[in-house]
Write a protein of this length. Structure first.
Length: 173
């Protein structure tokens, strides 16, 4: 008979998996309480959150949800960073904090329904965020329109310049 606390934890893990688009797994050994609080705060700003669960319960919840098996990668002290929208934002926070603190290691991840190893999960941090991609798209679309507007305004600008020069000539005479 399973322990009631494990049953409750399985329900929490299942809810976390269901309410997120995926998660990254990190080894957080060596973080102080203050560093962990700062890390969690930074993740919250990126619409993600970090939870520490038992690895075997996470494996069971993933199996129940029909997700890929990560059991070979999940060992030791693992924290799960669940992201709500964009995996890139969460990955960038993890990368920044791991470089800053030198104590956080990538373990694995699950994004877009695919299991990721540490290198694949880390690669998400190097991608452009959704906002950056939207800004690039707007620039690409607006650039030719700006050129067309400039070309169309050219003859009118030339006419105004000619009329201004003509007015100055008459005033000088």
């Amino acid at each position: 008979m399973p322990n009631q606390s494990n049953i409750d934890m399985l329900a929490k893990v299942s809810a976390s998996i269901e309410n997120s688009k995926g998660f990254f797994v990190v080894d957080y050994r060596g973080l102080t309480v203050k560093e962990t609080q700062d890390f969690r705060r930074a993740l919250t700003e990126a619409n993600s959150h970090m939870k520490v669960y038992k690895n075997n319960i996470v494996n069971l919840a993933m199996k129940n949800a029909g997700l890929p098996d990560l059991s070979d990668k999940l060992a030791g002290t693992c924290a799960y960073v669940f992201f709500e929208n964009d995996p890139v934002d969460a990955a960038k926070v993890i990368k920044k904090k791991s470089e800053e603190l030198k104590k956080i290691e990538w373990v694995a991840g699950l994004a877009d329904g695919e299991a990721l190893d540490a290198d694949q999960a880390k690669a998400y941090a190097d991608l452009a965020s959704r906002e950056e991609l939207m800004a690039q798209f707007v620039y690409v679309v607006a650039s030719p329109l700006r050129g067309i507007a400039s070309v169309c305004a050219g003859p009118a600008r030339g006419l105004v310049t000619a009329l201004d020069a003509l007015a100055e000539q008459k005033n000088a005479a």
